[in-house]
Every structure is written in C-alpha cells, then in structure tokens.
Design a protein around this ligand. Structure first.
Ligand SMILES: NC(=O)C1=CN([C@@H]2O[C@H](COP(=O)(O)OP(=O)(O)OC[C@H]3O[C@@H](n4cnc5c(N)ncnc54)[C@H](OP(=O)(O)O)[C@@H]3O)[C@@H](O)[C@H]2O)C=CC1
Ligand SMILES: O=C1O[C@H](COP(=O)(O)O)[C@@H](O)[C@H](O)[C@H]1O
Length: 498
C-alpha cells in the first residue's frame, strides 16, 4: 500500500526460510536492498537467510550480491557494503524441530544489542509442502505468540484446491492470529495495480459510468512470452488456472469490480473485494465448456528461437494434460454488474507480453452522424496497461479534420514513463507493508477460499474430462482458436493492447 509518511518501520529481524533459494536471490533481497537505499528500512534490522546449503555468512552475501547484480533495479557497491552488514545465514533443516531454538537465540541477541523488543518477520520462501510443518514448529516458539510483533509471510501457491487451502488456513489460524498472516500475491504490490484504486476512487469522473448502464464488457489479459522454463515440476501440479487465474487475475477483477471503500483500512478493502468474489456467478460443471477454454502450447518459434512443446519441457509428463493457457467468462451477480461479462485470459508463449485491463463502454444512445461516420466509429474504451507498458488510455471519437463529418477513434494517454522517473518493484512495496503491519494488499483467509471456490468447478470439470486436442496452440499466437470463439460468440474481440 502507499506509504503516507517517511516514518520508518520499527526494528525488525527478517528470517527468510528458503534464504538460499531463487525467490530470495531474485526478488526478496533486491527489494530489501532498494528499500534500504530509499531509507525505508528500519534503522535497526537484520536479515537471516535459512537453508540446508552450507554457506558461511560471507559466501551467502556473495550469493546475494550476484543476485543484486543481475536482478536489482539499482546497484551501488557503497550501499551494498552497508546493507550487507545486516545479512547473515543460519544453516538448518526446516524439518529439524531441535534447530528452532536458534531462532529464539537470534531474536534475543538483537533485543540485547538494540535494547528493546524487536519485530520478527518469517518469510516462507519454500515449497508449499514445507509450509505447514514450518508453521507448526514456529508456533512452538514463545516469541511467536506475541501477536503484535511477529508476522508470517506465506508465498503462493496457497493451497492446491479449495480443500487444501481451507486446511492450511485452519492450521495457520490455530497457530497465529489472522493479523499475523500475510498471504502474498505479488500483483497487488505492482504500482499500476495499486493505481487502479486511485483511478477508481480518487476521481469523481469514472464512478458514474462504472456500472452495467454504461459498460458493455470488461477484458483482463495476462499474456506472457515465456514458457514454463525450468518450472515444469511445479507447473505440472498447477496449470494456468491455478497459477494465474485463481490469484492474480481474480484479484484484478476484484479491484475493477469492487464497491467504493469507506477507508483504506485493510479489512475494509478486503471486505469489498471478497464481496466481488462471493458475487461471481457459480459455474456449473455442465457450463464449463461454454465459459472456459484451455490450451497447451505445441513446439514452434518464439522471437526467432525454436521452442519445445510443453510436453517436452523438463520435468513434464510427455502426455501431460496441464493447461498453459486459460480463458474464462465470468459474471458478477449484483446491481452494479448484472449482465456485464468479464472475459479473462492468460497463457505462456503468447504473442506479446502484456497484462492489461480493457473496459469497453456501450454505444451512445443515439447516433446523429451521417452513415459514413459510422464506418470508422469504435466504442469508447478505457485501457489500463499494467505491464510492461504502464499507461492508461481513453479512446474516444474525434472529428477527422476536413470538410465532411467523419469520425476517428483517438486516445488520451497517461504514461508512467513520461510522468515519473522510477517506480518501486512489487516486492519492495509488499515487504515494507509487512514491516509496517499493513495487510491491505495481502489476501485474507476468506478471500483465498472464495477465489478457490470460483475456479473449482472449472478445475474439476477439466480434470474429469482430459482434453483430446492438446497441444492446441502455437507459440507466438494468442492461444487456441476456441478462446477467440469464446468472446466472438458474444459479438466481441479480444482487444489489441498496443
Ligand atoms: N522464484 C520465484 O520467482 C517465485 C517463487 N515463488 C514461490 O516461492 C517459493 C520458493 O520458490 P523458489 O525460491 O523459486 O524455490 P527454490 O527451489 O529456488 O528454493 C527453495 C528453498 O527452500 C529451501 N529448502 C528446501 N527444503 C528445505 C528444508 N528441508 N529445510 C530448509 N530449507 C529448505 C532451499 O534451501 P536448501 O536447498 O539450502 O535447503 C531453498 O532455499 C515457492 O513456493 C514458489 O512457488 C513465488 C513467486 C515467484
Ligand atoms: O505468479 C506467477 O507470476 C508470473 C508472472 O508474473 P509477472 O509479474 O511477470 O506478471 C508467472 O510467470 C508465473 O508462472 C506465476 O507463478
């Protein structure tokens, strides 16, 4: 969430389970380092990486420094020198209950050194199977019972389905209070996603139009130009629906669909979002084939490179029925959105890297212009590009210069690149939120479960009926033809973002 004052968070010890892993090197340490450069880190902090790998503190810092060189948006020897003094490594197997006293020792050490109580963040950057066991073991530590000072961050995937997510929530809520649990969805930390709240609720301009009376339909696209890369093992348990729709895309849909919050207090925002999830029209298993499309990439070409079919990727079953593309049509059953379709799609190896939201408005009630003007007329559209372009465009009709009354669709555009010189990475924002104890942009237990409830019928129908046509789309395309048909049946096309 936006941080309103330059008040730095209180003294914090950050334990990163999975300190030796990819997420820490690629995202977490670079984010903390950038917060440090911007003076957002607490005056007193320590970062303790945990893992089984045999690292000395120095070797661990060197490993993280390599990550800074590769992944950080800023790199300065001088600031790294200062920042890295606060990093250390603790070699331990997370399954070893007897080793957990070391965490208490570390916390006590800093309490003595810094002279007072310290906040503690546990970041669980480990495979999801390890999460329950680590949570239980942390629960045995006396200082974890301190609900004001101890927080636990849980990475995605949060559960594999509704049942496992519910069980994980029950377990976490037995050990920690809900206020201590931060379920991360990194999309919510993106500047352009947070800006959706500003766009909708800091402007009086849009709200009167933001409903079924003026909006024809809404599209959300999260397209990637990468394949599953070396994550075949994970992806085989997941697929596009679990990996992207259940979390990131439904969260975008919530922000677009929610009612105006009374305040920016965490539970107020989360209540408004969960209302949207609860209002999504349940899809029956019989309807799945009408409202949802799945795809899997074949071998082909991406940006001049030959790429393998999904079924030939590392750690992927050669007969895999896992989808690398998903498109779904949702309806939100409430006064605001009755009858307005929300089309969403996501996929790997698609034609363009883009995450964007397109809001298409209805036609003006009466068209008084000559017939030739109608030929170039296009509906009003508000297009919000989340990434990699970060801009908002409003398409409207203008008169084409000349002696006849012909129309031209033109864009009014706000571009982050032109307006600002930098923006923080999502993990910077979210890690600072955790240190400040602000859970607004994190998933509450009921939100996660409500999102699973939305996608479960599709998952179950797809698992019950394996696809017969996989692979069914070529790399560098926009996915399977059925995805075009899904939206074309309603008389629309997927919007071209650029
Ligand atoms: N990488 C990314 O960009 C993203 C990752 N995530 C999520 O973050 C989590 C971690 O992913 P990632 O970093 O890629 O995975 P990695 O496989 O790179 O890292 C896994 C980490 O877990 C540690 N680990 C495994 N077993 C144990 C154990 N028994 N005791 C202590 N530590 C253990 C490993 O340390 P060691 O081998 O030293 O024991 C390693 O540090 C996953 O849930 C993933 O879905 C989410 C979004 C993006
Ligand atoms: O959570 C995930 O997100 C990434 C896409 O993230 P983005 O910030 O680059 O849009 C996706 O590649 C990955 O499969 C998924 O696990």
């Amino acid at each position: 969430m936006a941080h309103s004052t330059n008040k730095r968070p209180p003294a914090t010890v950050i334990f990163i389970f999975g300190g030796s892993g990819d997420l820490n090197q690629r995202k977490l340490t670079p984010a903390l380092y950038n917060l440090f450069i911007d003076n957002w880190m607490p005056e007193k902090f320590a970062i303790v990486g945990l893992g089984r790998t045999d690292y000395s503190d120095d070797k661990f810092r060197t490993h993280l420094y390599d990550g800074i060189q590769e992944f950080s948006r800023r790199k300065s020897e001088e600031s790294w020198g200062k920042f890295s003094q606060s990093i250390r490594y603790l070699q331990m197997d997370a399954g070893d209950a007897a080793a957990y006293h070391k965490l208490t020792d570390v916390v006590k050490e800093y309490e003595e050194q810094w002279g007072g109580h310290v906040n503690v963040m546990f970041y669980l950057a480990v495979a999801p199977q390890l999460v329950p066991d680590i949570a239980v073991k942390l629960g045995g530590l006396e200082f974890c019972k301190d609900t004001n000072f101890t927080r636990i961050v849980v990475e995605k995937p949060f559960g594999h389905d509704l049942q496992s997510a519910t069980e994980l929530n029950a377990l976490l809520n037995k050990i920690f209070s809900e206020d201590q649990v931060y379920r991360i969805d990194h999309y919510l930390g993106k500047e352009t996603v947070q800006n959706l709240l500003a766009l909708r609720f800091a402007n009086a301009l849009f709200e009167p139009l933001w409903n079924r009376n003026y909006i024809d339909h809404i599209q959300i696209t999260a397209a990637e130009t990468v394949g599953v890369e070396d994550r075949g093992g994970y992806y085989e348990q997941s697929g596009a629906l679990r990996d992207m729709v259940q979390n990131h895309i439904l969260q975008l849909l919530c922000i677009i669909g929610m009612e105006a919050p009374v305040s920016f207090e965490a539970n107020e925002i989360r209540n408004k979002k969960v209302d949207v999830l609860n209002a999504i029209r349940p899809i029956t298993k019989d309807q799945v084939h009408e409202v949802a499309v799945r795809g899997q990439y074949a071998e082909g070409w991406m940006q001049g490179q030959k790429v393998r079919a999904y079924r030939s990727e590392k750690n992927v079953d050669p007969t895999s029925t896992i989808e690398t593309f998903a498109a779904v049509k949702f309806y939100i059953e409430n006064w605001r959105w009755q009858g307005v379709p929300f089309y969403v799609r996501t996929g790997k190896y698609l034609h363009e890297k883009t995450t964007s939201i397109t809001i298409e408005f209805k036609q003006a009630p009466h068209f008084a212009f000559p017939q030739e003007a109608a030929e170039t007329w296009r509906p009003n559209r508000l297009t919000i590009s989340i990434q990699p372009d970060m801009d908002i465009r409003l398409r409207f009709q203008a008169k084409r210069p000349g002696q006849s009354m012909t129309l031209n669709p033109v864009d009014m555009k706000f571009s982050y690149k032109d307006a600002y010189d930098h923006e923080p990475e999502a993990y910077e924002t979210l890690l600072l939120d955790v240190m400040e104890g602000n859970a607004t942009q994190f998933m509450r237990a009921d939100q996660v479960e409500a999102a699973w409830r939305v996608v479960m019928p599709i998952i179950e129908a797809w698992e019950a009926r394996p696809p017969v046509d996989f692979p069914n789309y070529a790399p560098n395309s926009w996915g399977p033809e059925d995805a075009e048909a899904l939206i074309a049946r309603d008389g629309h096309n997927w919007a071209k973002v650029k």
